[in-house]
Every structure is written in C-alpha cells, then in structure tokens.
Design a protein around this ligand. Sequence first.
Ligand code: 13P
Length: 248
Amino acid sequence: MARRRIIAGNWKMNKTPSEAVALCAELKDLVKNDAVDVVYCVPAIDIVPVVEAVKGTNVHVGAENFYIEDKGAFTGEISAPMLKDAGVEYIIIGHSERRDIFGENDILINQKVKKAFASGLKPILCCGESPTLRKAGTYKEWIERQITWDLDGVTADQVKELVIAYEPIWAIGTGETATADQAEEVCALIRELIAKLYDQATADAVRIQYGGSMNAGNAAELLSKANIDGGLIGGASLKPDFGQIVNA
Ligand code: 13P
C-alpha cells in the first residue's frame, strides 16, 4: 500500500515571528513537491504569521505543544480549539524534549493524542529510546511500551490518520544519525506492533517517520526504507537543506 510521504520540520524554540516569516520566504520555492506532505511545526507565537506566510503554497502548519483542556485557568497554555482556529493541522505530541525537560508522561501524552483527534488535529506522536537503553539492548521493549501506552483507547480509524515519529534520543541534535538499517528496524517493529494492537490495514495505513540528525546528505537513504514514510527534522528544517530533504 502506498503511503504518502510526510516531511515535517520541528523548529523547536527557534525563530522570532519576523524570522519565521523570512524563513518561509527563503524555503518557499525549495519545498515545492506535490507528492509529499510538507509541514512546518513552529513555536506558538509564530503560528499566526506562518499560516499567513504559507497561504497558497503546499506547506501545512503544525504546533509543537498544547494542553488538553479547551479553555480556562491554565496560565501559559494554549488549547486545541485555539490551534484549529489559527489554521494548524498537525500537532507534535510526546517529543523527548517535552518528556525529559518538561516531565510529560505517557498518561498525559495519551490524553493529548485523544484530545488532538477529538479536536480535528493530526498528531505526530514521538517515541524513542535513550542512549542507555540502546546500549542495554532493551530499546525495542521500551518503544513498544511507549506506543502501547500512548495509544490506549485510540481507535483503528484514528491510527490510520496518525503519524508516528521514531526519534532515538541519542540521535537528536547530536549529528549521530541512526543508520538506515537501525531506523528501519525500529520503524518496522512499530508497524508490526500496530498490526498486533489493531489490524494489518491499520498498520499499512499509519505513517512512520524517522527523526534525529536527518539532513540533506542522509535523507534519501533513510527514506528509501520500506517502513520509513518521512522525517521529523530539527536543525536542518531551519535551513535551505530542508528543501533537499523534501525532494530527496
Ligand atoms: P535534529 O534533526 O536537530 O536532530 O532534531 C530531531 C528532532 O528532535 C525532531 O523532532
């Protein structure tokens, strides 16, 4: 079954609103590719100007975080309806930086996945092991546990619309990319797990990305693998290289 490729930039805490608009202009012609879903996941304050800046192009906008309530006394948070109203389509959930620096656990991440679907946002659900678990050889069990917890109560029809990003923590921002075979091993494992938890049709539909020091030089090999349907790109999404990844 042919899955549509999805190349998403995770801008993290980079780019002021005016810098964000300038980056959209810089990348505009470089990211043209109608065969690929191109997404910019941007800081909350950049969402409104970026939605405006990419109007009429092939770029979709995502957010990097939200809270599970629609509104109320949650100082500093933004809600799914706010994101929807601003023109956001995708939402990153469970990134290792949110898990490790901001203490998000799988209970909250599971609530966020369900809330995103209920609100009409498409989750990009992240998973990935630490260097310690990679060295210990227990990374497969860890990934299976994360995904199983994070998808508790999520329906097969929802999972068909889900994007899962496998991001080994040892490869994020380190310049140490997983080899294409290492990435493929875990992406295939995730697809098998989805088949076990749901059914083969759901496993065939779910899109799985690799993330972690993906760049213009290694993207084509990673993306050539059978179970890697795209990338979630940090550092290289802030540069013209992102266009080369989109067109790899
Ligand atoms: P880098 O591409 O900078 O390694 O970041 C990957 C990432 O965390 C994307 O979410």
